[in-house]
Design a protein around this ligand. Structure first.
Ligand SMILES: [Zn+2]
Length: 273
């Protein structure tokens, strides 16, 4: 089942994923963006082919799994792993650990907050276009019924872009160190303030619900800490063939994911007729 996507977006092939991770992954920008967090303190993850059904045959058995990398010591190693698995999506774990090797990879992630190995979690907000009610495609429930839960259109994207700017301004009243990232489908707002890392699970939930109540189509799963993984900046979103791209807050309003040169992989532009 293919998802409806804005014009100019499509699944990347395995060949393209390989070309991207070999030639286009900007490791120095990635490490700068991640700082002060280091590769050697971070759990990374990938999903090889869960949503696209595209995966290297040798990894068929784990194609739908979330594959965790707990022992990478630098970004070069991360790149090697991405070249090995050629995933549709790459992620990092927002948790900070005493010892990341001891992360049990719990599914019930509210448990992380009770774990002795847990130091804190980066706060993040996920704004996805499927959460926007659309005059053509309907509500999220309608889209799920049509099996289009991950599909989206230009209208939904434009609303989510507007909401991202508003949310950033709203969060600015409470936090000072925030970053906006174009995720490939929507946007992520990362909060790096120290106080945000130490927010308890219940506080996050309450905070996320407050913001949702203000009419933001945010994903409470990410904001309440119940989903540790967030898309890795500068990685390839293999479902839409776009680069997960950090944006200056002032650039979000005019950001066009169909045409933006930094967000469109080179393999994609060179394949156009
Ligand atoms: Zn729509």
């Amino acid at each position: 089942m293919a998802y409806i996507l804005p014009e100019g977006m499509r699944y990347s092939t395995l060949f393209e994923r390989h070309a991207f991770y070999k030639d286009e992954l900007q490791l120095s920008k990635l490490s700068k963006w991640m700082a002060p967090r280091k590769a050697e303190d971070t759990v990374f993850a990938c999903i090889i082919g869960r949503n696209t059904g595209i995966y290297p045959r040798k990894h068929a058995r784990i194609a739908s799994d979330t594959v965790l990398f707990k022992d990478l010591v630098n970004y070069g190693e991360l790149q090697n792993n991405l070249l090995e698995y050629l995933p549709e999506g790459a992620y990092y774990d927002r948790n900070l650990y005493v010892d990341r090797l001891k992360c049990a990879g719990c599914k019930d992630l509210s448990r992380c907050f009770r774990c002795k190995n847990f130091l804190g979690q980066e706060l993040a907000f996920d704004l996805d276009p499927e959460n926007v009610d659309c005059p053509i495609h309907g509500t999220l429930a309608d889209k799920m019924k049509q099996r289009q839960g991950l599909g989206f259109c230009e209208y939904e994207f434009s609303i989510v872009r507007e909401k991202t700017v508003e949310l950033y301004d709203l969060l600015s009243k409470k936090f000072s160190d925030m970053r906006i990232v174009y995720s490939g489908r929507g946007f992520h707002v990362h909060v790096l303030d120290k106080e945000a890392y130490s927010m308890k699970y219940s506080e996050r939930k309450r905070f996320a619900n407050q913001i949702k109540g203000k009419d933001y189509p945010i994903d409470a799963w990410v904001s309440s800490g119940n989903m540790r993984l967030i898309r890795l900046p500068y990685s390839l979103h293999g479902m839409v063939s776009r680069i997960c791209l950090p944006l200056k807050p002032g650039a979000v309003e005019r950001f066009d994911p169909v045409k933006n040169k930094q967000a469109v992989p080179k393999f994609f532009t060179s394949s156009l007729p």
